[in-house]
Design a protein around this ligand. Sequence first.
Ligand SMILES: [Zn+2]
Length: 605
Amino acid sequence: ERRYRRHAAAAQPQLDGVRLHAELRAERGAAEIRASYRLVNRGPAPVDSIHLTTHPSVRTGAVTVDRPATVALSDDRRGYRILALGAPLRPGDTLRLDFTVRVGRRGFANDGAGDLVTANGSYLRSGGLPAIGYQPDRELADLGKRRDHQLPPRARVPSLDDSAARHALARAGAEQIAFEAVVGTDSAQRAVAPGALRRTWTAGGRRYFHYATERPIRNDYALFSARYAVRSGRWQPPRGEAGQAVEIEVLHHPGHGWNVDGMLAGVRASLAHLSAELGPYPYRQLRLVEHPGTTPTLHAYPINVSFEEGFALLDPSRDERAVDFPFAVVAHELAHQWWGGQLMPAPVEGAGLLSESLAWYSAMGVVEHAFGAEHLTRLVALMREAWLPPRAPADPPLLRASGWFLSYRKGPLAMYALREYVGAPQVNAALRRLLAAHGEGRPPLPTTRDLYRELEAVTPDSIRPLLHDLFAANTVWELATERVSAAPAPGGMTHLTLDVRARKIVVDTTGAVREVPMNDLVEVGAFAEGADGPAAAPLVRRLHRIRSGVQRITITAPAAATWAGVDPRRLLFDLEPGNNLARRASATSAGGSAPGEPRPAATWR
Ligand SMILES: [Zn+2]
């Protein structure tokens, strides 16, 4: 950064195509990749030099271009090279750049080994190949380390208002590329790369695999090779619907077969539901590919979704929460073929809402469609477990979300809450419009403001304040039902009188709390006695206007109603949801638990 950031604004051509020939040598733990990049000058100005950021985990050999050029800089220690072109590359012109990269065993760091060629289970990511231009993503992020290197403090993530970031053309991994690869490997192994498998052959005792994409993919891919067991399937869009047949493969360790049926079912269910809700899946192949690693980590490369062995070992049948989490996670990764695959968020605050939150929200729809509403309720409860450990409520609004909690948990639950207020068809229509406007992965890249505008368009005026509270402010509701009393009503019904206390606060990123007047539509519900607290299904559920302070609400319910309260489904973010419901005619104002969910543990309080 200190030496080369001054090149960050240098005009650079854009990566448009990748062709590579990789030889994986399992017996030596090594690989050699010969590659060609096709670069196009998409900018308005001529380009006089090509800047390359190389990766420290590999050895990058000589880099040449298809025209006269000289090496102006080659700093292998810091991974930066500059090729000065003999004649500038004019706008619209293309250039071919050739290089080799060698991968070898280099030991391992404290957090494990990086990409490796192994005896059985090689995994090489595209990030090891040179990136075009200076890469701000690789600057030190940690404030202490920045200080050690005399670098000024800077925001971890560019601001939502950073309009230049919406045109981040030179960011490696974000480009749309044509891809073609020949991968040679051990004769007993199957190699995997993105695209259609065009041909395989054997030569010199080795097996070769030729892959090519049929339409552009995001420049984010991996090469895999292992002695895989392969489970194949096929999915076809329903007659009359857009899209094309998809060949599905699950490539896994032969000993890790327990979840393969469920994963294949997850892929089929996801393709069916997501295509119908969001638009066609753009490719004709979809693979789940296992690679070594102990964590349950997956990554949604275009076409090929990788999963570590740790994911293959999960046993959903023993999950006491009765959630098929592997199925839901497969749906989440498949949803990334739309959110992150087709819609590429600008690399600014809130990007996690557009990729991770929307992928989880869409996965919820897949789960509901496949297993029913109750299974989705259990998945939502599982996601709410993120609120169990104590955490400070100081957060940015979701429109500026970053980090795991906001992107993977609060964001999806905010989308779910909005859906319950305005309806799934309306929310999905908004998402379809967002994809239609920004699904090409080309600048200007979308931000959460684009999502918000589409959501606003489908949200009735009465719910607009909630939309704002969920996404544009870090809002916390404090809702409690302090007492429920009952009186007989005609027709075998009962009048329930609820004493409700309500407060709404906004907490900023420094933790400063500001009380805001509450005048919100909140669900009020009544429930029969269940096995352990209120029964899961409500006897009565309707929206009621709740204001700040103490208030009395009367609802009429069937006589069996024993429990009643506000926001029984916990759609609003409340740090103490255990007191939303109360038991009727109880002598004290003891709180109850939300229906269908375990009683809150002591850690809630
Ligand atoms: Zn994800």
